[in-house]
Design a protein around this ligand. Structure first.
Ligand code: PLP
Length: 457
């Protein structure tokens, strides 16, 4: 399983890793003291480490392995494409059949009004592309003063300079003087986080409308004619699976319409069935002008991202724009596109989107609700197959742990030691398992979560 690298013991891998590999989002001193875990293979919803331990991957890697590990159709598609044509570019008046076929397929799967795709390698690059697209759009319409993009606090939209600026993560902004100019943030519809402040005494409906009002207040403060776009995930993922109240998105849509502001739906996590529809915007009922995608489009088997460009923007870009001075060597990479096509076909063949909506999503919600009686659990939220378990020092009063992240890290460690990958976002524990997960596997997963919570007590 560890081919093509040489066979080594776990300790040898750990030493070589520490000597050479700078990991993303990692404190290397802390990593060295515990020893990195070496993952060597995967099958279905499980991965195995170099010591032979089986781990239930309740995070689908990084929210991406939607069809699970070890799907031969994706491997065969990659091999076939590599044999026939491993690479050709989409610059300089050339294209490849496989990239065209994927663009066509994505347009067919997208909500009405989306006919065009711009390919990138990642979600970060796709959001960089969005920033350039929306500014270009307003320039072409003779409104260059529309420059500002509004995002949300604690949002994650990627790690390049522009994407990290679009994101609202304070720790990321603290390094390197972000955000870049022209990007501002508003509060997120996170009722639990605001329970002692803005949300006190409000029901979910009223709080959803209040959180949308923060967007309108910001637009008015900036001046509506200076705002180019609003970007948000339908359900915020890396920020902690923040499922908005039902009143939030209709209000946000009304506000964007009212001030003629482009709406960018970041579907990097929510897209391709995670919420029980092909696109998260369909679940929450918004009508975006642009959609960012990545991760689930290939189930993470190879890197691919992009922007679904709605006709409102596409028409202006195509008819008035001349050359759009933007793109990547690997925009529309043939192997990535072949894997994406095989992945989308498999999602359809296994009927995964409907299964999430009607079967596994509701089952996960039901099983997670059984954790509400646990002395560490203050709240549980889910949407399709993404969910959060909110930890609290006193669940009845909602009193938080101080510092919040310590309890999350402890719980995550107990999960890992117990054979479960779960993510900690501060004091919220997150799951987003592969969409192929079965009811029995959900039962196993929730059992492991309870076990980790017991050990965290
Ligand atoms: N947007 C969202 C909502 C994400 O969750 C992520 C990654 O987690 C990104 C964008 C960035 O994607 P990538 O890591 O492929 O650059």
């Amino acid at each position: 399983p560890d081919l093509p690298a040489p066979r080594r013991t776990t300790r040898e891998w750990q030493a070589a890793d520490a000597a050479h590999f700078l990991h993303p989002f990692t404190d290397h001193q802390a990593l060295a003291s515990r020893g990195v875990r070496v993952i060597t293979r995967g099958e279905g919803i499980y991965v195995w480490d170099s010591e032979g331990h089986r781990i239930l991957d309740a995070m689908s890697g990084l929210w991406c392995v939607n069809v699970g590990y070890g799907q031969p159709a994706l491997v065969e598609a990659a091999a076939r494409q590599m044999t026939q044509l491993p690479y050709y570019n989409a610059f300089f008046q050339t294209t490849t059949p496989v990239a065209v076929a994927l663009a066509e397929k994505l347009a067919a799967l997208a909500p009405e009004g989306f006919q065009h795709v711009f390919f990138t390698n990642s979600g970060s690059e796709a959001n960089d592309t969005n920033l350039r697209l929306v500014r270009r759009y307003w320039d072409l319409l003779g409104q260059p003063e529309r420059r500002v993009v509004i995002s949300r606090e604690n949002a994650y939209h990627g790690s390049t300079l522009a994407a990290a600026s679009l994101g609202g993560m304070p720790d990321m902004h603290a390094q390197g003087g972000l955000p870049i100019p022209g990007i501002v943030h508003v509060g997120q519809p996170h009722q639990w986080a605001h329970r002692d402040g803005a949300a006190r005494g409000l029901d979910a409906d009223a709080f959803g409308r209040l959180a949308a009002q923060w967007l309108e207040d910001k637009i008015l403060a900036l001046g509506p004619k200076t705002v180019a776009a609003f970007i948000a995930e339908p359900v915020q993922g890396a920020g902690g699976v923040i499922v908005p109240p039902a009143s939030y998105w209709p209000e946000v849509q009304r506000i964007c319409d009212r001030y003629d502001i482009l709406l960018i739906s970041d579907e990097v996590i929510c897209g391709f069935g995670r919420t029980g529809r092909w696109w998260g915007c369909e679940t929450v009922g918004s009508r975006p002008d642009l959609m960012t995608f990545a991760k689930g489009v290939t189930s993470g088997y190879v890197p691919l991202g992009g922007v679904m460009v709605g006709e409102r923007v596409a028409r202006v870009l195509i008819e008035r724009g001349g050359e759009f001075e933007h793109g990547f060597t690997y925009s529309g990479h043939p192997v990535a596109c072949a894997v994406a096509l095989a992945n989308l076909a498999l999602i359809e063949e296994l009927d995964l989107v409907r299964r999430v909506r009607e079967d596994t999503g509701p089952w996960l919600a039901e099983r997670l609700a059984t954790l509400r009686d646990h002395p560490l659990v203050g709240d549980v939220q889910s949407c399709g197959l993404m969910a959060a378990v909110q930890l609290a020092r006193e669940p009845r009063t909602g009193a938080a742990f101080d510092p919040a992240h310590a309890v999350g890290m402890a719980c995550r460690r107990h999960c890992f030691d117990g054979g479960l990958v779960m993510r900690a976002v501060g004091d919220r524990m997150i799951v987003a398992p592969p969409l192929v997960i079965t009811r029995a596997e959900i039962d196993e997963m929730v059992g492991l979560v309870r076990q980790a919570l017991d050990r965290t007590l």
